[in-house]
Design a binder for this molecule. Structure first.
Ligand SMILES: Cc1cc2nc3c(=O)[nH]c(=O)nc-3n(C[C@H](O)[C@H](O)[C@H](O)COP(=O)(O)OP(=O)(O)OC[C@H]3O[C@@H](n4cnc5c(N)ncnc54)[C@H](O)[C@@H]3O)c2cc1C
Length: 355
């Protein structure tokens, strides 16, 4: 084995990453070109051993993506509170005689802040829920431990992929809030984006997570994991449905859950993996947004119980982020699921020479 050199990475520049060449003969082993390999565990069971480590590692990747998103959110919030630019917009348009306002006062900047808050705080709540399930596998009675295991099987591709995609988008919005400065190294947000870009790639790419979810996890044990998740979601829907302020959100989660279930059946209607898995990533995205809508409903319920009419700013912020998720994000699942349920082969059938 020979060290071919350093990889010059887009992000994570504080860690070394090297390219190793095996078998080129530069450092012969027992007089021959090659390397010595050691068998770990039983022959043919390597992937199973690897997944023992990988499942918790994937939650770790999701949490890292979340915290990079959070760092960008905090940096851009601070910037938005301090940067003066533009005049207030009144019914008669802008008044040049008015002093400048800070950019946090513009509706579009608030949109970008609320999007980040919805992505990152939602992702954090999901990761903490998964971490609790990891604990329950060890602390619960036999039934609870088994439920935790199965729920984790279904949620792991979401816990890994959802923050990797949407907290990266949060980092992109944090750059956008900084304007031209966001594109320079004078501010930290470009580094957060570069560091976060890794998370959709390592520990199983987005494409692999999509196939794991639609090709394996929702089917395993005759769909029992999906049913278990649906039952947990249903319990939250029923609780939130009793509260006028949250009832429309509860109905939206219920409809999203129904749609995901129907799309899962349609995707597999021909029983042909080529048809079903051609749109595994749009399925992953729609499933992820549905899970996060449930998480936000749960956070809104918990926040409401804690704040109990005190009108505190943190509670107002949580409810606004939940509302943002239901109004601006959840409707996206319609487009994602349409190609899944019609088994759209636009991409799969495109001949190579047409690109
Ligand atoms: C900074 C960094 C650190 C890393 N650290 C480690 C480490 O410590 N240990 C380690 O073992 N690995 C490490 N990796 C490797 C990493 O896990 C892989 O790069 C990653 O799993 C993707 O594999 P690949 O690079 O071979 O891409 P490929 O498998 O070639 O994938 C390329 C593209 O093709 C798609 N694709 C591939 N196969 C399919 C398929 N069957 N169906 C649909 N789409 C497909 C992928 O989704 C992806 O978009 C690291 C990588 C990086 C960048």
């Amino acid at each position: 084995m020979a060290l071919a050199g350093l990889n010059h990475k887009c992000g994570w520049r504080g860690t070394t990453n090297t390219l190793l060449n095996f078998g080129e003969g530069k450092y012969p082993v027992r007089g021959e070109a090659g390397a010595v390999g050691y068998l770990v565990g039983q022959p043919g069971k390597g992937l199973r051993c690897m997944f023992h480590m990988m499942n918790e590692a994937r939650i770790g990747v999701g949490l890292a993506a979340t915290m990079l998103g959070m760092a960008g959110y905090q940096a851009s919030l601070d910037y938005a509170k301090n940067r003066p630019q533009g005049r207030p917009m009144g019914p008669a348009g802008k008044d040049a005689a008015q002093p400048q306002i800070r950019i946090i006062e513009h509706a579009d900047v608030k949109r970008m802040l609320l999007a980040q808050k919805a992505y990152c705080e939602g992702a954090l709540a999901l990761e903490l829920y998964c971490a609790r399930l990891v604990d329950e596998q060890h602390t619960g009675d036999a039934g609870a431990a088994d439920d935790a295991r199965l729920l984790l099987e279904v949620l792991t591709p979401i816990a890994k992929s959802w923050p990797s995609e949407w907290c990266l988008e949060a980092n992109s919005l944090a750059i956008q809030i900084h304007g031209g400065y966001g594109y320079t190294r004078d501010f930290p947000v470009e580094q957060y984006w570069r560091d976060n870009r890794l998370n959709m790639i390592h520990e199983g790419t987005h494409g692999i997570q999509g196939m794991d979810l639609l090709g394996r996890k929702v089917l395993m044990e005759e769909g029992r994991g999906l049913q278990l998740l649906a039952a947990r979601m249903q319990a939250t829907i029923e609780q939130a449905g009793l509260i006028a302020e949250l009832a429309p959100h509860a109905s939206a989660v219920k409809e999203a859950l129904r749609h995901v279930g129907a799309a899962t059946r349609s995707a597999w209607a021909t029983g042909n993996p080529t048809d079903a898995l051609a749109n595994a990533v749009p399925y992953l995205q729609a499933f992820g947004h549905t899970v996060l809508a449930w998480i936000w409903l749960d956070v809104a319920l918990a926040s409401r119980a804690k704040a109990a009419g005190q009108g505190e700013a943190a509670h107002t912020g949580r409810l606004a982020a939940a509302r943002y998720f239901f109004h601006y994000e959840l409707p996206k699942i319609g487009a994602w699921l349409k190609v899944v349920e019609s088994r759209d082969l636009t991409c799969a059938d495109c001949p190579e020479e047409a690109f």
